[in-house]
Design a protein around this ligand. Structure first.
Ligand code: IVH
Length: 665
């Protein structure tokens, strides 16, 4: 206990120092210590925080972070996204799928507007507000406790609440407040304004902004349905959206959509669709979630908005995988509240099919967060003699002859390891927010160091310090002792890296954030992952194992295989690893008897659908196979089992009937 007290005292002292230096640096612009010394203070504070029990850690919220980054908060339950539907068929499909999953003819659905803001989580301990976080990457968010505390009408205490209660919802700025705010700012839309206002290091700025919120979820309550959750939130003093509608059929769901769609401009906040939620929370938890979204909810998005503008020029961008993407440079136009000046033209075929030419008047479409598209060209307003756009046959950056991508309309610059544009795009990807996220090393600096020959490939980032020994960087515009020390320090700080970030940062095609996480938690350590990956080109079993990891699939496995078939990638990775300490994934040791077991189903289960049974088994750590082998641990046999039953007997595999299966789960 004495230790705990000492730790808290030490932490308080450190936080005071950090706050003092924040003030000097950010507001007075007159720092007294170097970046490195500052980082050391933060590092010490972080070390103590990591050792403190959660409740003590939260006592006075962490001091403002030194850069655009906030302290990180791990969500107790991931903040997932929602699956989308864009038409009535999508909604019908959702309803029939959940009915099939749950084997039920009737299901109550609660309909709510989908607020176009940014989601938050707020945690209360024994009725006291202790922490708020943004969604972040869904697993880890940014600590915005003191920012959220400034929102008018955000409850700091809850009457009669014991233990932990988490409230989730959406923070937004009303349209009328947005207009006023933008008289002195230049936010593209209310959503950006809300995000920009919330994520302020100086909470006084947040406090001066007209942030509002709607609460819609509760974790840790005793409610049995979403309608009860909304009532309870309201009773606890949270702002809850007035529009909600309970129905048990598709007509009701669509009526609510139409009603809200028609009145959407009379609401003083932006909504981008309707959210449908299975009302019964027990059924919600039976439905569970995929790695991206709960199966029990759906967003029916409003259709797109359109605007006309002039296309100035078509230019070609070369991405990290070498694909040449044509991009339209537009005369900026307001499309449903967002200023659009670029639109993706996808590929050569798309330009031909729509006959898009430079100088054309075009119709731009924007749907949700999707990159704006050009839907059509106004050919009547085209002047005569405008020639067709000629797609380059050589890479505009390095001049190599482009190649067709098999099975796709795209073309690619083949010089993966020598084309400046590709190398720079890869380097930029490597340091991006979801990858290594190196403070002080952005796109501009990457180009700068590349052109100086100091960073030619990824591992060079970690030898920059040595290379700078023989180079007078201080003579270059924009560089001084402090910024150099800060940069080297933040590179140093990223040498300890989580496995999923490392996997993501390599920029392997189809290996995005979610897949990188799946791979990291499957292989758990760098050595195990790497050991398996290098065998991919020759070992079919390792390939099929990879392909069968839930959420991975053939395309991704092929892409990893081709990455690891290239000597130069392996050399790069080995050079890189030399500098890194890759943190292994913590595997939750589960005492479920299904953990890591291979389970196969046969016959008809009477009390749950096959889909639900599979999800339940996977949730308990099992892998669900489709055919029996000596590796199978359990065969779950329902009514009228097939030939698998006999085969399992022969192989001596343990067979469970439906009752035994149910008591197991
Ligand atoms: S329920 C699993 N209800 O939409 C997430 N979300 O596109 C379920 N959103 O991340 C959240 N209004 O930030 C829910 N009435 C509402 C919502 C809502 C807006 C946001 C939320 C979510 C995003 C998904």
């Amino acid at each position: 206990m004495a230790d705990l007290k000492k730790m808290i005292e030490e932490l308080t002292k450190l936080r005071d120092q950090i706050n003092y230096h924040n003030l000097l640096y950010y507001q007075k612009h007159a720092p007294e210590i170097t970046d490195a010394e500052y980082d050391e203070l933060r590092q010490k504070a972080a070390e103590i925080e990591a050792r403190l029990p959660e409740i003590d850690r939260m006592q006075d919220g962490v001091g403002a972070a030194p850069d655009e980054k906030f302290s990180k908060v791990k969500h107790q339950e991931p903040m997932l996204s929602l699956d989308n539907a864009f038409d009535e068929q999508g909604v019908e499909k959702f309803l029939s799928k959940i009915k099939r999953f749950l084997i039920r003819d009737e299901i109550e659905i609660l309909c709510e507007p989908k607020i176009d803001g940014l989601s938050f989580s707020a945690v209360y301990e024994d009725g006291r507000f202790v922490r708020a976080a943004t969604r972040g990457d869904g697993f880890v968010g940014e600590d915005v406790t003191s920012n959220v505390a400034t929102i008018k009408g955000f409850p700091k205490t809850l009457q009669g609440v014991q233990g932990r209660l988490e409230v989730r919802g959406e923070i937004y700025i009303s349209n009328s407040d947005f207009l006023k705010l933008n008289e002195s700012n230049a936010f593209a839309n209310p959503r950006n304004a809300a995000a920009g206002s919330l994520k302020q290091l100086d909470v006084n700025v947040t406090a001066s902004r007209p942030l509002k919120y709607f609460a819609y979820s509760l974790i840790g309550g005793a409610e049995k349905s979403q309608s009860e959750v909304l009532n309870r939130l309201d009773a606890l003093g949270f702002c809850v959206n007035e529009h909600q509608f309970l129905t048990d059929n598709i007509n009701g769901m669509l009526e609510f959509y139409n009603k809200i769609y028609d009145c959407r401009y009379s609401l003083d906040y932006d909504i981008d669709g309707i959210v449908y939620k299975v009302n019964n929370l027990a059924l919600q938890s039976r439905l569970g979630s995929t790695h991206k979204a709960p199966r029990s909810a759906l967003a029916y998005k409003f259709s797109a908005v359109y605007a006309k503008t002039k296309l100035n020029k078509i230019f070609i961008q070369i991405g990290r995988t070498g694909i040449l993407t044509p991009v339209a440079d537009l005369v900026p136009v307001n499309v449903g509240g967002v200023l659009v000046s670029r639109a993706s033209l996808h590929n050569q075929d798309e330009i031909k099919r729509k006959d898009i030419r430079e100088g054309d008047v075009v119709t731009v479409k924007r749907a949700g967060d999707v990159i704006p598209q050009i839907v059509e060209v106004d050919k009547d307003s085209r002047s005569k003699n405008v020639s067709e756009f000629v797609f380059p046959e050589a890479c505009p950056e390095c001049g190599s002859k482009v190649q067709n991508v098999e099975g796709e309309a795209a073309v690619r610059c083949p010089e993966e390891f020598t084309c400046r544009a590709q190398i720079i795009a890869k380097l930029k990807y490597f340091i991006s927010k979801d990858a290594f996220d190196i403070v002080g090393l952005g796109g501009k600096q990457i180009e700068f160091f590349y052109d100086l020959g100091l960073i030619k490939q990824i591992p060079d980032i970690f030898t920059l310090e040595e290379k700078l020994n023989g180079f007078n960087l201080k003579q270059q515009p924009g560089w001084g002792e402090k910024s150099i020390a800060g940069l080297l320090n933040s590179i140093q700080n990223k040498k300890a890296i989580a496995l999923d970030r490392l996997i993501f940062s390599l920029g392997v095609r189809f290996v995005g954030r979610v897949t990188a996480k799946l791979l990291a938690s499957y292989y758990t350590s760098y050595n195990n992952w790497y050991g398996n990956m290098i065998k991919l080109p020759l070992n079919k079993e390792i390939f099929s194992e990879l392909e069968s990891i839930g959420g991975v699939g053939k395309k991704t496995a092929e892409s990893l295989k081709s990455f690891f078939s290239e000597e130069r990638n392996m050399k790069m990775l080995n050079d890189l690893i030399f500098h890194l300490n890759v943190l292994p994934v913590n595997v939750n040791s589960s005492d479920s008897i299904l953990n890591n077991k291979i389970v196969v189903f046969t016959g008809t289960l009477l009390t749950m659908s096959r889909g639900e049974a599979k999800v339940r088994a996977e949730a308990l750590g099992a892998k669900v196979g489709s055919s029996l082998s000596i590796k199978t641990d359990y065969l779950i046999a329902g009514e009228n089992p097939g030939s698998k039953y006999k085969k399992a007997m022969e192989l001596g595999i343990k067979i469970l009937n439906e009752d035994q299966w149910r008591s197991l789960i």
